[in-house]
Ligand binder design. Structure first.
Ligand SMILES: [Zn+2]
Length: 273
């Protein structure tokens, strides 16, 4: 299988555009290829090069790889199995979140450094070989790079620290649920941080997510506006795609890891003798 050091897990912010082929510094190597995995066929994956930089290779999927004919957990296992075989070492994800803070507004960017998983997708792994230590679940180095690139655009207010509460969905949360999440220390709520963050650690890849605040979570301020929510869904797509590619360009010249993420995957002690 082709070796690819970078992955982008596309989410709602790039769903409305033909990413990555719409970007002007991209050379498509293969498009919408489905790979066989031990867990079933993968979601369609596109491999491309970012130009001119170091012709660095990137693999990407649309909308987290979620498919209508299988569970989100199954899609994630298939996706990360392929990422593992490709030798992916850095993963950037994007998506939309609801803000639990009145100070973090729709149109702002949230780059969390921690999470609480309220989803039902916890028992998801590719193998039983590792103990995954979830200290510093987000790569500090990737987070710094994404934060710098996002701030350099001058387009966004960036919140580069905070807790992402992962819910199961597919509906949004009730007012009482949002109050509970706030009391537990969450800063934003969404549905796509896990199991990706566990599976990234399992394949020994660094992980960082960039999230566009698309609304206030229920009860944080007055009722949020669907039209404004819809506008954000379409209006920011190219800018988010640009941030993702520029972050990869910024990382592509690095020859060694500047973080300790790889040390947070260790051999399990629970193997059969
Ligand atoms: Zn790292």
């Amino acid at each position: 299988m082709i070796k690819v050091p970078f992955a982008i897990i596309g989410g709602s912010s790039t769903l409305s555009i033909p990413f990555p082929e719409c970007m002007d510094d991209v050379n498509i190597i293969s498009m919408d290829v489905v790979y066989p995995t031990p867990f079933g066929d993968s979601p369609p994956l596109t491999v491309f090069e970012v130009l001119p930089a170091a012709r660095v290779k990137v693999v990407t999927c649309r909308m987290h790889g979620w498919m209508h004919d299988r569970s989100r957990a199954e899609s994630s296992k298939q996706l990360f199995w392929v990422f593992g075989r490709m030798g992916v070492r850095n993963i950037l994800a994007e998506g939309g979140v609801g803000s639990i803070h009145s100070a973090m507004k729709p149109g702002d960017i949230f780059i969390p450094d921690d999470y609480i998983d309220f989803s039902l997708r916890k028992d998801v792994s590719i193998s039983n070989d590792y103990l995954l230590i979830m200290r510093d679940p987000v790569c500090p180095h990737l987070k710094d790079k994404v934060t710098d690139v996002t701030k350099d655009t001058g387009e966004y207010t960036v919140f580069s620290k905070g807790v992402y509460a992962v819910t199961e969905g597919r509906h949004f949360e009730s007012r009482a649920e949002v109050r509970a999440l706030a009391a537990l220390g969450a800063d934003a709520v969404g549905q796509s941080f896990s199991p990706e963050v566990y599976l990234a650690r399992e394949i020994r890849a660094c992980y960082c997510g960039l999230y566009l605040v698309v609304n206030f979570a229920e009860g944080v301020v007055d009722e949020w506006d669907y039209d404004a929510f819809k506008d954000l869904f379409y209006s920011e797509s190219n800018k988010i795609g640009r941030i993702l590619l520029d972050t990869i360009k910024a990382l592509s010249g690095e020859t060694k890891k500047e973080c300790s993420c790889a040390k947070l995957r260790v051999e399990t002690l629970l193997k059969k003798r």
